[in-house]
Design a protein around this ligand. Structure first.
Ligand code: ARG
Length: 401
């Protein structure tokens, strides 16, 4: 995922080394820009939160709009507006809607807005499976607190327990991770066709339950890939870029490893929805450095027509996109052109976050392609709801969930 360098953050005991910009950028008191027209100053979260609160409440800034200055000794430092918002004075509220650098605890018990029956008659398998996932999750979490970073960039363990890193064998015992995927049932991972379509691209295993991909400091599961099912109409271009991996065995479901719901609704989600892309892909197109920790970025959907126009301006892309941006694709962008999926994020999810508080989400798209990373041309995603028949035929062949 492309992020500005100063979005690096220590996660638990992780240390990101060799990044002097981070140190330099993370100085409290340094001038910065909150937006192109709003000057800011780098402040600790506790100093910044009351200031930011007013901006968010009055709708001037959104949670995800507040840039990071990097990581200080005691946590993330924010690029905070220099003035309180809108002449209303600084809000003294300790509202948890502020972009919190620390984990926000949210009670999930009783707040999950889903039917309790596990599979109503007539539900298609993907819908019945989703009901089951949510039911199990509800039972498991009960009144426990579920922790997540609200609007934060690194993803805490257990926030996206469906997240799979796809491992490829290289020479000797070396493995590398070049693509992401989503666990959609105990033995199946959804990914992009172009991640798994050649001999050199044959996945060896998936790593589940890891946030730090190299040195997981909590339990993770590596499970071999038994078979790869590529969409029959995938022709090496930007259409039908979707595949399902069957694993050698079921995952062991834990708080950090659990399948996610597929997005089954073909209509546009409500405008209050949030979208995130998550992955371990490149942070910087020049250095090609990959993220060792799972990151996510908030994105906005771009209407197809508008997206089509953007791609029409990129002759280099048109060869692979002969029919233009059609409705089996989704387009998403970070309007600030700061964050985007990038090389290495392919196959990972475009997540539709139904309710950030409850942590309910669905997999709406699969990271497929783009034109550079974080350019004015939106990222392209395979639209999951267009491929339910293909997915269900593999994952629930007899329609039994
Ligand atoms: N094709 C890339 C991959 O293999 C993902 C590209 C996504 N690019 C983007 N700008 N959204 O990892």
């Amino acid at each position: 995922m492309k992020m500005p360098l100063n979005w690096f953050q220590l996660l638990g005991t992780l240390l990101l080394i060799g990044c002097s910009d981070v140190q330099a950028a993370a100085t409290v008191g340094r001038a910065c820009n909150v937006t192109a027209t709003m000057p800011g100053i780098c402040r600790t979260s506790s100093e910044c939160e009351p200031v930011i609160d007013g901006y968010i409440r009055s709708g001037v800034l959104k949670l995800n709009d507040v840039p990071s200055c990097g990581l200080g000794a005691w946590g993330e430092i924010f690029c905070c507006p220099t003035q309180p918002c809108c002449g209303n004075g600084v809000s003294t509220s300790s509202s948890s809607t502020t972009r919190a650098p620390v984990a926000t605890t949210v009670l999930t018990g009783g707040r999950v807005d889903v039917p309790t029956a596990s599979s109503g008659t007539g539900d298609r398998p993907a819908v019945a499976a989703c009901k089951k996932i949510r039911e199990q999750r509800q039972q498991k979490s009960g009144n426990q607190l579920v922790i997540h970073i609200v609007g934060g960039y690194p993803v805490d363990p257990g926030v996206y327990p469906h997240m799979a890193a796809i491992g490829y064998s290289t020479f000797g015992d070396l493995v590398n991770f070049r693509c992401g995927g989503s666990l959609i049932a105990s033995r199946f991972v959804l990914t992009a066709a172009h991640c798994v379509n050649t001999d050199a691209n044959t996945p060896a295993f998936v790593r589940m339950g890891a946030v730090n991909i190299e040195n997981p400091d909590h339990t993770y599961q590596d499970i071999d890939v038994r078979s790869v099912k590529i969409h029959p109409q995938y022709m090496g271009n930007k259409y039908n870029d979707i595949a399902v991996l069957e694993l050698e065995r079921d995952v062991v479901e834990t708080d950090n490893v659990r399948p996610a719901c597929l997005h089954t609704d073909p209509t546009d989600p409500p405008s209050s929805s949030k979208f995130f892309v998550a992955g371990w892909g490149e942070l910087n197109v020049t250095t090609r450095e990959r993220s060792k920790i799972l990151l996510r970025a908030g994105l906005e959907l771009v209407p197809l027509q508008q997206c089509n126009n953007s791609y029409a301006e990129q002759p280099a892309s048109i060869r692979m996109l002969k029919a233009g941006v059609i409705d089996t694709l989704l387009c998403a962008i970070d309007q600030r052109l700061i964050a985007d999926a990038c090389r290495g994020d392919s196959g990972g999810p475009l997540i539709h976050e139904l309710s950030v508080e409850d942590g309910m989400y669905t997999i709406m798209g699969v990271v497929s392609s783009g034109f550079g990373c974080a350019t004015v041309t939106p990222g392209l995603y395979t639209r999951v709801s267009s491929y339910l028949d293909f997915i269900e035929g593999i994952v629930w062949p007899d329609n039994r969930v």
